[in-house]
Design a protein around this ligand. Sequence first.
Ligand SMILES: Nc1ncnc2c1ncn2[C@@H]1O[C@H](COP(=O)(O)OP(=O)(O)OP(=O)(O)O)[C@@H](O)[C@H]1O
Length: 338
Amino acid sequence: MNKPLIQVDNVSVSFQVKDHIVDAVKNVSFNVYEGDIFGIIGSSGAGKSTLVRTLNRLASPTSGQIYVNDTNIASLSGKSLQHFRFNVGMIFQNFNLASSKTVYENIAFVLKAAGKRGAVVKERTTELLNLVGLSDKAFAYPTELSGGQKQRVGIARALANDAKILLCDEATSALDPQTTAAILELLKQLNREFKLTIVLITHEIDVIKKICNRVAVMSQGEIVELNNTFDLFASPKKDFTQSFLDIDKNTDLPEKIKNSVKGKLVRLRYINENATEPVLYQSAKQANVAFNILHGFIEYFNDQALGNLVVELIGNNQNINELIQSLKNHDVIVEDIY
Ligand SMILES: Nc1ncnc2c1ncn2[C@@H]1O[C@H](COP(=O)(O)OP(=O)(O)OP(=O)(O)O)[C@@H](O)[C@H]1O
């Protein structure tokens, strides 16, 4: 496997609050690879913000190490820390724009902070405005922008000094679904065109499904499960993941149908949406098992489709087991419901 771009080793973060200690992040380890869109999902208070803030040294681990490009970031100071921060941009839920500056000035400001002057600033700012689709808003003030436009300025600013990593702290949580989709599309484009590595934290399952290739599920300061997004949704290993990500879809069956089920109820998950029904049909015929499809839907993760079927199997146990084995041999994930 590639070398990690970000390596988080046994990181814990605790806060002293009056007379007690809050363990916000507990012994967390994971790697992020170049080109990843790495999602961290969890409910409020899970420790996501604290964890992501350690990645650009906005917060410091109480214990553990973080390496970015093989450099232990705790060792950085002065110019090397400043340079590191140019390389790791960040965007926020509330955009954090300077309200007294125009869009152009908000972007130019961070370029000037990095020592750039004159034509270089003008050229790069114009380029960035173009990149995020805001060329016509250069001289508008933040109050004159929609939420989506404000976040585009945030993105331009975060990437201004050629950041290789973008950290997103609930960057779309304040936006409506349509604007969220447009911002996620822009992030995907930046990831594709510039190999921008993105670490995003969110409590929105749809954000993870739409753009992340890998995801960590966080609860109470710990990473409960980490996997490729597709595999995590297709076969979660932990009950917490299953319930948090709302994967338990058999609840979608109306009571009347559930009560009428006489055979064995299973959920089938499969990658190739075209292949499973024929496989099910042929395997069931061979095993002498009858089946009823009670529920079905296809979910999309990035560009990959995951088919789901809830099926009642009717036959003797041995035949049903034979059918289940045959489905598994065809890479269908079979899960008992009851
Ligand atoms: N500066 C701080 N001082 C004291 N406690 C803190 C501080 N920052 C965070 N915490 C606590 O650490 C825990 C994790 O908070 P954090 O903001 O990282 O969670 P989160 O998953 O990002 O939640 P949210 O989505 O609500 O922001 C919480 O119990 C929070 O109260």
